[in-house]
Write a protein that binds this ligand. Structure first.
Ligand SMILES: Cc1cc2nc3c(=O)[nH]c(=O)nc-3n(C[C@H](O)[C@H](O)[C@H](O)COP(=O)(O)O)c2cc1C
Length: 175
């Protein structure tokens, strides 16, 4: 699991989700901001980690209708031509990719008539297309909306659903 939160020590939603994910057997949590505070992503190390896992979960808080900046840097450096895509670029072929995100906005805000006008799947199109280009199977994103509400029980419930989802996807992808 790739976790990308620039201020995890202050997180409620992603901290709860990642705690739940850690409880799933076989999950490796890889905290990108902890490993690369200077954005100096080690592409070789990241490629080796990706190669070793059939299910790639990318978890992040939704920032400006996208992921925090280090995710972009990670993609730019790790998903290399000839490795992830292009001639001979088959390293990720057949793996599954799940985006898991938390949003401040409520579900109604992410509708055509809501303040954010677009749905989350629409806003995640660049991620979906990146997965497609890299021959990854795209799983329906796991989204927790309205996380600023002070509702610890709702977050714990979301954590349980998240762990169940990861378990189900892991069972699907295991050889
Ligand atoms: C820089 C920044 C940009 C944000 N952009 C969005 C956004 O585009 N849409 C949204 O619904 N929430 C947005 N938020 C709210 C975050 O998604 C929210 O704070 C986060 O999901 C909470 O998770 P955490 O408790 O793990 O920090 C933004 C927050 C920050 C700090």
């Amino acid at each position: 699991m790739l976790l990308a939160h620039p201020t995890l020590h202050r997180s409620r939603a992603n901290a709860t989700l990642i705690d739940a994910a850690r409880g799933v057997e076989g999950v490796t949590v890889h905290d990108l901001y902890d490993c690369y505070p200077d954005f100096d992503v080690d592409a070789e190390r990241e490629q080796a980690l990706l190669s070793a896992h059939p299910l790639i979960v990318l978890q992040f808080p939704f920032y400006w209708y996208s992921a925090p900046a280090l995710v972009k840097q990670w993609m730019d450096l790790v998903l290399e031509f000839g490795w992830a895509y292009g001639p001979g670029g088959r390293a990720l072929e057949g793996k599954t990719m799940l985006c898991a995100l938390t949003t401040g906005g409520g579900e109604a805000a992410y509708q055509p008539d809501g303040v954010n006008r677009f749905t989350i799947p629409e806003l995640l199109r660049p991620f979906e297309q990146t997965a497609h280009l890299c021959k990854l199977r795209w799983a329906d994103p796991f989204v927790v909306h309205g996380v600023h509400r002070d509702d610890p029980q709702a977050l714990l419930d979301a954590g349980r659903r998240y762990a169940d989802r990861i378990r189900a996807l892991s069972a699907e992808v295991s050889p």
